[in-house]
Design a protein around this ligand. Structure first.
Ligand code: 5AD
Length: 368
């Protein structure tokens, strides 16, 4: 005789077992959890939310991003902002005035973190140092200054840190050595050496990967989660692959929304104190994607403060991306039953306060 409640109970028992294993840091169960759907998936999301709320309170962090330039020297096959992907007349480098005005707007809003982002180009270094100084000058309750500028010279990292930057995002994108080199035209190890360099300079580092890249089996997604968690960074993120129109991968399938949400929950369970964003790309996978990310255990939403013309030329994910306005971010945070943290420094306490002294002898050598 078929009893639907019986299969549901078995399912709940096995999902609970897997949740417990993940909380104990058991990487062997990541793949199982990535496949969860239905009641198992709901149990996973609930456990991840509880872990977040237990460790971080029912609070979310708001970041405000200014995208300094869309110039990029890399040619990542998945990225619409790749070299050659943006027409020369569409390239921009924000003026100092526009940057200062955007940072002013961030600081007038209830935003915890000033995030400065760009394509990977040495031409952004001076501008980023300027922007960092402007953002860091918002004393005494200055906000965290978070950078995401791709690989830069070691000296530039040091200058940025000395100018008041607190944190830096450098995603590894995929930990599969062959796939990484195929998609990015650069060895994984190069990227990793920069992550280590940023850590040794005293940045709180964020890293992460893309889910659903062409040629990436689910086992590889599981490996990426294990790899990211093992790096022990303060911030972890995961984004669904979005096939961008002007990229060689434009005909590929979009990354799976459920798998991405499960990845967020798994990261939360394995690294409960991590800062985990609900990325804007989730909105492209269906309705209320960012809300779903928060319901899966994420705790950060990024609001876009790039001037409108330039934001339209900053092609990450795809040309017509979702640009997050403040009211949308506040709405999803509210719907997720979270409140915005009052804290202007969203970093773990170890990374707050005085800039750590540089220790040159411990630095990793970086090949540019
Ligand atoms: N799909 C998903 N993520 C992407 N990124 C860039 N292009 C895509 C894409 N097509 C992400 C990468 C990069 C960040 C700025 O945007 O993770 O690090």
């Amino acid at each position: 005789m078929f009893a639907p409640w019986a299969s549901k109970m078995i399912s709940m028992r096995s999902s609970q077992e897997i949740v417990t294993a993940l909380e104990e840091g058991e990487p062997g169960r990541i793949l199982d959890a990535l496949k969860f759907r239905g009641v198992d998936q709901q149990a996973l999301f609930k456990a991840a939310r509880e872990a977040r709320d237990r460790v971080l309170g029912h609070s979310a962090i708001l970041r405000g991003v200014v995208e300094l330039t869309n110039l990029c020297r890399m040619s990542c096959l998945y990225c619409p902002m790749r070299r050659g992907g943006v027409a020369a007349e569409e390239h921009y480098l924000l003026s100092q005035d526009l940057i200062a005005a955007a940072i002013e707007r961030i600081c007038a809003d209830p935003i915890n973190v000033v995030s400065l982002q760009s394509g990977e180009t040495p031409r952004v270094a001076e501008l980023a140092i300027f922007a960092t100084r402007v953002a860091a000058a918002k004393a005494p309750d200055r906000r965290e200054v978070l950078l995401c500028l791709g690989k830069q010279e070691l000296q530039v990292y040091e200058d940025l840190r000395a100018s008041g930057a607190d944190s830096y995002i450098m995603k590894f994108e995929t930990s599969d050595v062959r796939l990484h080199e195929t998609l990015r035209g650069e060895p994984l190890e190069t990227r990793l050496s920069h992550i280590r360099a940023l850590q040794s300079i005293g940045f709180a580092v964020g890293t992460g990967s893309i889910v659903g890249l062409p040629g990436q089996p689910l086992e590889s997604v599981a490996d990426d989660i294990q790899f990211g968690v093992a790096l022990g960074t303060a911030m972890l993120s995961v984004s669904p692959f979005i096939p961008g129109e002007r990229t060689p991968l434009r005909h590929a399938k979009m990354g799976d929304r459920d798998t991405t949400l499960n990845a967020i929950s798994i990261m939360r369970l394995m690294s409960p104190a991590a800062t985990i964003p609900t990325v804007s790309a989730l909105e492209l996978t269906g309705g209320d994607g960012q809300l779903a990310g928060l319901m899966a255990g994420a705790n950060v939403v990024t609001v876009n403060y790039t001037p409108s013309r330039e934001a339209g030329l900053y092609h990450i994910y795809r040309e017509n991306r979702f640009r997050v306005p403040l009211d949308h971010a506040l709405r999803v945070i509210d719907l997720a039953n979270l409140s915005c943290t009052e804290d202007h420094m969203s970093l773990p306490s170890a990374n707050r306060g005085a800039i750590k002294a540089h220790q040159p002898e411990q630095r990793t050598i970086v090949e540019m």
